[in-house]
Design a protein around this ligand. Sequence first.
Ligand code: HEM
Length: 415
Amino acid sequence: MTIDLDSIDLTDLSLFTAGPPHEVFRRLRDDAPVFWHAPTAHTPDGEGFWCLTRHDDVVWGAREAALLSSCTGGDRAAGGTLIEDLPLHFAAGVLLNMQDDPRHHHIRKLVTPSVSPRSLRRLEAELAVRCGDILDAAIAQGECDFLVEVAAELPLQAIASLVGVPQADRHRFMEWADAALDYRDRELGEQSERSLRAGTEMFQYGSRLLAQKRACPADDLLSVIATAQLPEEAGPGGPLTDIEQQMFFNLLVAAGSETTRNAITAGLLGLVEHPEQWGALKQDRSLLDSAVEEMLRWASSTTYNRRTATADIERHGQTISAGEKVVLWWQAANFDERAFDHPMEFDIRRDPNPHLTFGIGTHFCLGAKLARLEMRLVFDGLLDRVDALETAGPIERTRSNKHAGFRHAPVRFRV
Ligand code: HEM
């Protein structure tokens, strides 16, 4: 049955609780590549938005960063990269991923060395040991909640090292990220008591930590942010503002912990559902890199990012006006038949695999190399230790149209 375009509601979170809404995205890609999504009862701000769903349109949109701003555009008084407007100077224009160049470019340049291949080579040895311990403990139980005990653990431990906080605090990060990103107790654009409490705690923790790093800088990413001096061209020069520093901490906690654990879990489930591909990986470990890329595509953990048009734009016969919201659906692009052969097949040998799971263009994910490294370590370690895997209970997904995530993933190991 053909889906009625007028009935599509991508702000209805229940549409995403059983996995990506593939049929809806296919209909949009085929028949409405620049789709005006009228507001529904669920839509934040009571305002519609444009949707881009084809791979080439999403790539175009992400690369046209001056025309499609991550901050704001037209005479809009708020903005950011969520469908719901976020206040200017508090989130939009302040979080690194919600800033535009040139300021974005200068801040990004400061932090890039902390996640360069050289820095990651140093972190790799530490993470390999941590990953081995995590896997040994999980596998010794015979079965476990893979999401909580494995997939969440390594990214949390990695972020704690990268940011320079005691490992003992890492589970608070997970609590905060969960409360901020999972809509289990609220709708889009709303706050719950839990999300507000988590926000306040994260803010207080972050400001104490930043004050420590300013007083006594160490060899970690947050110390770079706390002590950096921007050139005048970054407008204004000098230290990052207090709110920029604070929001960078929040961004790392959320971006660093949540997305990677979901990609690891989705990847594992891909292998459980395709045992012949698990078998192929067992036989030939040289497939691991392309398998990780396919897991990333399959997971599409960040479903979308929004932009705001800064000028009127014509595309596919539609006119997007300055100030209107435009949503880049990475997840829809990752399953576009125009860019991928048999996109609905999980294929660890897929080549080429131009997935957009980490975005593209000026805001390309800062943590992509770290996420890939963590995934390689987890699956390499599993392949070394486990003969076969199966699910040991229902898989529970998060309720969100922004993060394709999991709450629980019970898994049994055969060694
Ligand atoms: C599988 C895991 C991950 C996924 C799917 C993911 C996804 C993304 C996407 C799609 C963007 C682009 C946003 C946009 O264009 O608006 C992004 C940006 C970003 N990510 Fe990730 N991410 C992951 C892991 C990480 C990790 C581990 C870190 C922390 C080190 C991180 C930190 C960031 C930051 C700071 C940005 C903003 C970059 C900028 O604006 O220049 N991410 N990520």
